[in-house]
Design a protein. Structure first.
Length: 509
């Protein structure tokens, strides 16, 4: 049925994209951002010309992967592990789990880009991706979920004086309730108003009860998973974009027993997604680096120099740990740091400072918004995506973690569909290449300061940090690397891309 409706859905999406471009050309309140609206990469609240075509292309690709997975489910005898992983994949690629049934989790996380943003025009401009309500954007770039299940449950290490673990850029998917950060991360987007936009987590259970893979869900989690009585009008509720009304936080009105059952389904949804993310399809350890460590290949001279720098004067290994004896090299230490990344004036989020057609204001601060990272999570007992600070004692630690952002894994940091494809880097996507990132680490505190859009920006000068609170001045800023050494580090980072094939003796140079 879904495949039969695909042409209609895509036609509607293309038509809606044209309407959106016209609407988006009227910047939101507070659109003038200190003269930054004239920056070449800043669209001032207006979408790229290819927006509708790009969105339709990604939706079609997500639909294709879902159809292939459904076919696998129907024609392959799966063992228990295969069942839960296949279920998790179907959940990630099912766009019907969003309020307008047009956006899967994987819309922002496609395999060809290392499970992060697949649209170059957005990576170059808005950085964040549109939600199911296509005029709503979040405040950060999509974070890759490759190797995300390896993160420990968020905890505060007293001796280290640091938070360790969790998922999301601000660590808010702590994992405390399910003892699984990646499962709790999966539960964030469906009810986030600027992402998949459902008004109630029970809508996920309702949509799953109608899914073509319902039997697989019941095989994994129990035949009584969906034994609940749905109230009249549930479809209308679940097609009404969140957030829910302040006086009706759970607009799908279920009995106590059915609410408990729906909550269980939502937990099982997250756990199945985590199982898929843990699988070799998403976290395979098949990069050139892995083959070199296994003695099955060798680095080039430039890559070997880059790895040596990574572990020495580049100081990368101090946060992006490559493991120790018997330890899998995950290239992160699961902590958080403020690198002093400049403000990215291209974020669409700055232009969402007034109510939309549903009277929701994604960013009340408008142009004055500053991302305070982990500190914001610690101070806020609930976010738009329902992630709670699980420990009231952590609130007093917020000042120490203001403006800090989770240290991501460097695995697949260069994965892209073509060599010329532009990815965005850091939580706000300010950087557009690995060379820019390495150059910033090397020269942040050496080069003069300039404004966004000035001549020489990112080459001979850097804008001020968006927020200099708790800025890391110990491990970056003046590494004294040469241009050739910067290039060597980039060459090494490219060896962390999974899917590497060892050259045969006949083709090896």
């Amino acid at each position: 049925m879904r495949n039969r409706n695909l042409a209609v859905l895509l036609f509607g999406l293309l038509t809606f994209g044209a309407v959106l471009i016209a609407a988006a050309s009227r910047p939101q309140a507070g659109a003038a951002i200190s003269g930054e609206a004239n920056s070449r990469s800043n669209l001032g609240g207006q979408m790229p010309p290819s927006f509708d075509q790009d969105v339709a292309r990604v939706v079609a690709e997500v639909d294709r992967i879902e159809a292939d997975t459904l076919n696998q489910m129907e024609h392959t005898r799966l063992d228990r592990q295969g069942q839960v992983r296949t279920l998790g994949k179907l959940l990630l690629f099912d766009k019907h789990l969003s309020v307008n049934q047009n956006e899967a989790c994987s819309f922002c996380h496609t395999p060809e880009t290392g499970f992060t943003g697949p649209i170059q025009s957005l990576n170059e401009t808005t950085v964040s991706y549109p939600g199911s309500v296509r005029t709503r954007f979040s405040n950060r770039k999509p974070q890759s979920y490759m190797y995300a299940p390896f993160a420990p449950v968020l905890h505060y290490n007293e001796l280290q004086g640091d938070f360790v673990g969790g998922n999301f850029w601000d660590m808010r998917a702590s994992g405390y309730r399910l003892q699984n950060p990646s499962a709790e991360q999966a539960q964030g987007p469906p009810t986030n108003p600027v992402e998949m936009g459902l008004p109630d987590s029970a809508c996920v259970a309702y949509r799953l009860s109608q899914a073509p893979y319902r039997k697989l869900f019941e095989t994994v989690w129990g035949t009584d998973s969906f034994n609940m009585r749905w109230p009249g009008g549930v479809e209308k509720v679940c097609t009404t974009p969140g957030p829910p009304p302040a006086n009706d936080q759970y607009p799908v009105h279920l009995s106590v027993a059915d609410r408990t059952r729906a909550d269980h389904v939502y937990d099982q949804f997250g756990l199945a997604v985590s199982a898929y993310e843990f699988s070799p399809e998403v976290s395979p350890f098949t990069s050139k680096y892995d083959y070199v460590q296994a003695g099955k290949d060798q680095f080039t001279q430039q890559e070997a120099l880059g790895y040596a720098l990574f572990r020495s004067t580049g100081r990368c290994n101090e946060c992006h740990r490559d493991g120790g004896p018997g330890e899998e090299p995950l290239f992160t230490d699961f902590t958080a740091s403020n690198l002093g990344v400049p403000r990215n004036p291209g974020l669409q989020y700055f232009y969402e400072g007034r109510p939309d057609q549903r009277s929701y204001t994604p960013n009340p601060a408008g142009a004055a918004y500053v991302d305070t990272g982990v500190g914001s999570f610690l101070r806020t007992l609930q976010s738009d995506s329902g992630q709670l600070n699980p420990d009231s004692e952590w609130i007093k630690l917020a000042p120490k973690f203001e403006a800090k952002i989770q240290v991501p894994t460097l695995r697949n940091v260069d994965m892209r569909p073509t060599p010329s494809f532009v990815k965005a880097y850091m939580h706000n996507g300010y950087f557009k290449s690995l060379k820019e990132v390495v150059h910033f680490y090397n020269t942040r505190d050496v080069l003069p300061k300039c404004k966004a859009g000035d001549a020489g920006e990112k080459l001979t000068c850097w804008p001020e940090a968006e927020d200099s609170t708790n800025m890391n001045k110990r491990q970056l800023g003046n590494l004294k690397l040469t241009d050739q050494e910067e290039d060597a580090l980039v060459a090494f980072l490219k060896t962390l891309t999974d899917g590497y094939v060892v050259p045969s003796p006949r083709t090896a140079k």
